[in-house]
Design a protein around this ligand. Structure first.
Ligand SMILES: Nc1ncnc2c1ncn2[C@@H]1O[C@H](COP(=O)(O)OP(=O)(O)O)[C@@H](O)[C@H]1O
Ligand SMILES: O=C(O)C1=C[C@@H](OP(=O)(O)O)[C@@H](O)[C@H](O)C1
Ligand SMILES: [Mg+2]
Length: 182
């Protein structure tokens, strides 16, 4: 995927994308610590600004409102900040404006967990993810497959099956460093 804006690679935000529960928030925090960079989790930032949880925002304001707030925040971060580690929510990247902003201003890293392995994580993540609640496994699988096309638009991919968070964070950093020094 091309990089379009003239921001030097070393100054670009690193943006983590991928399905719900793959580890964007967890790995983002670890990568930020290792690189001595600020960490921004888009969901946590939205919750902070609204003094409400994501499920409460979905419940009281609706998903369309959430997507608008999510899009505006991410585009603002991509356009006006540098050197950050930014973890998106799993659905943000489905918005074309979000994808374009991340790809043109940042370094987009796709955390790729297989469906087989993701399923084992479902019980521990369903409680605070409205889009997983009351959904049959088959329905969630369809969403998982549907979103792959959007996630395929990235600069780097880290296959995370069987890797602990620390290893995923190290691999993410190594991958970016490898490509950006040659
Ligand atoms: N590499 C990993 N191996 C095992 N569990 C993980 C890994 N990465 C994240 N987790 C766990 O999966 C759950 C979801 O992680 P989270 O960072 O919130 O994902 P996301 O932000 O992509 O939704 C958390 O319970 C977290 O501890
Ligand atoms: O995939 C999605 O549509 C969502 C993912 C969540 O973030 P995580 O990917 O961090 O769980 C959160 O933004 C919201 O529940 C919607
Ligand atoms: Mg998250």
């Amino acid at each position: 995927m091309g990089t379009y804006s003239n921001i030097p690679l070393r100054e670009r935000n690193i943006v983590l994308i991928g399905f719900m529960g793959v580890g964007k928030t967890t790995i983002g925090q670890l990568v930020a610590k290792k690189l001595y960079r600020d960490f921004i989790d888009v969901d946590q930032e939205i919750e902070k600004r609204h003094h409400m949880s994501i499920p409460a925002i979905f419940e009281q304001m609706g998903e369309n409102y959430f997507r608008k707030v999510e899009r505006e925040l991410i585009v603002d971060l991509c356009t006006n900040t540098r050197l950050k580690i930014i973890s998106l929510g799993g659905g943000a990247y489905l918005q074309e404006e979000v994808r374009n902003a991340c790809l043109s201003h940042g370094i987009v890293v796709f955390l790729d967990l297989s469906w087989e392995n993701w399923k084992d994580r479902l019980p521990s993540i369903v409680h605070d993810r409205p889009l997983l609640k009351n959904k049959a496994l088959e329905e969630i699988k369809q969403l998982f497959e549907l979103r792959k096309q959007a996630y395929s638009q990235h600069h780097y991919r880290v296959a995370t099956d069987g890797l602990d968070p620390e290893t995923v964070a190290i691999r993410t950093i190594e991958l970016i460093r490898e490509r950006n020094t040659n």
